[in-house]
Design a protein around this ligand. Structure first.
Ligand code: ZN
Ligand code: ZN
Length: 380
């Protein structure tokens, strides 16, 4: 029997290591709750896919629960990551990734070589419009807030459109994005993790590592993608052809605007998007302002002010570490979050629904609000 004595949030009786039970009131959606017991770790699945409401919720709530039979402590609750006793986020080797490195370098060199000779008002407009649509709808809303964090609901065809746009960013297909994001998040929530995953390096070294290298953990946990995603032929197709997806875009741009539009609408866009994604990630894990602190985490997220517009709200990363299941990233009055505005616009057309905010998420016992005094502008 696992029980939350205080709130009776979960009240599940297990008779074997694996069981399925209906689960009642705490989470909005009525889904089956599956309980797996694996050595000393209990992993809870909600329905087919891990739900955001459970994503970080709450190791601490659950640590208060003990199994009747042997006082098994719940030591981990990780989205899609199956831990075992050897799983280690610290030890690993960083090696050069030809694919990552040549991809970004190829795009950047092409842009630098031909950018000046092809610059025009129209090519700059194509660059700005395409980059904005793809980063906002594709990356921030599609890949990050929807696919990875399930922070709102959406009809499947529209979700697929968002994920298609997210693939066009040039960072990888949906499976790559989910895997790299989850592994980084998991590692950062541990007391220590490898500097590749924590970004705790000089900015130069971090650039070389993140854009040109890959980390291979010695003892990497098992990763299981949601079943519905594994069975989605469109997502598998996007994953297998993620780089080639630039070709149809390039063909359309060439048809309407010649090589100038291809250079600015593909090469410049991919180069800036991949570089910008790394740069924001570097600052968002190293310095800035914080309202929230997560006890026991190797890395805190930071809000990088003044970048709300160009990051479409992704710069409010301290909020995101505190409330990963929230579709609203700029949660204070003066935190501009274009992605949230776009979501509310899409809601009018029923393209998105159930936008979850911090108030909808379970309380996290290891999360505390910093006072003005402890609110820091640098790493602590
Ligand atoms: Zn995230
Ligand atoms: Zn982060």
């Amino acid at each position: 029997m696992i029980k939350d004595q205080q709130n009776s949030l979960l009240n599940i009786t297990t008779t074997s290591a694996t069981t399925t039970k209906r689960y009642t009131s705490f989470f909005a959606s009525q889904q089956s709750l599956q309980l797996y017991s694996k050595s000393d770790i209990v992993i809870i699945h909600l329905g087919e896919r891990w739900k955001t409401t459970l994503q970080y919720s709450d190791i601490d709530q659950l640590t208060n629960f003990t199994t009747q039979s042997q006082s098994r402590q719940v030591t981990g609750l990780f989205q899609r990551i199956n831990l075992d006793a050897q799983s280690d986020p610290c030890c690993g080797v960083v090696t050069w990734s030809a694919q990552k490195s040549l991809w970004w370098t190829g795009m950047t060199v092409t842009w630098l070589l031909f950018g000046a000779s092809t610059i025009s008002y129209s090519s700059i407009a194509v660059f700005i419009i395409l980059t904005s649509i793809i980063l906002c709808l594709g990356h921030s809303i599609g890949m990050h807030r929807k696919l990875i964090h399930e922070s709102f609901d959406s009809p499947k065809p529209f979700e697929r459109l968002l994920i298609y746009l997210g693939t066009l960013v040039g960072l990888g297909g949906p499976f790559t994005m989910m895997y790299t994001h989850d592994m980084r998040d998991w590692a950062q929530r541990q007391p220590q993790c490898h500097p590749f995953l924590s970004h705790q390096n000089s900015i130069y070294k971090d650039f070389i590592w993140q854009i040109h290298h890959k980390l291979h953990l010695n003892e990497s946990p098992e990763f299981s993608f949601p079943k519905d995603m594994q069975q989605d032929t469109f997502y598998r197709y996007l994953q297998a052809t993620s780089m080639l997806q630039q070709l149809p875009v390039a063909a359309v741009l060439f048809y309407f605007g010649g090589w100038a539009w291809v250079v600015w609408g593909v090469c410049a866009r991919v180069s800036v998007s991949v570089f910008g994604h790394w740069l924001i990630g570097y600052f968002a894990h190293n310095s800035g302002q914080r309202d929230w602190h997560l006890d026991g985490a190797a890395v805190q997220g930071y809000n990088v002010r003044y970048l709300g517009t160009i990051t479409f709200g992704e710069c409010w990363h301290n909020n995101h570490h505190a409330f990963p299941g929230s579709s609203k990233l700029g949660i204070e009055k003066n935190q501009f979050d274009p992605g949230w505005l776009v979501l509310n616009f899409l809601k009018r057309f029923k393209l998105v629904s159930n936008l979850r905010t911090p108030e909808d998420l379970p309380r996290r016992a290891n999360l505390s609000r910093l006072t003005k005094k402890t609110n820091t502008n640098t790493k602590d």
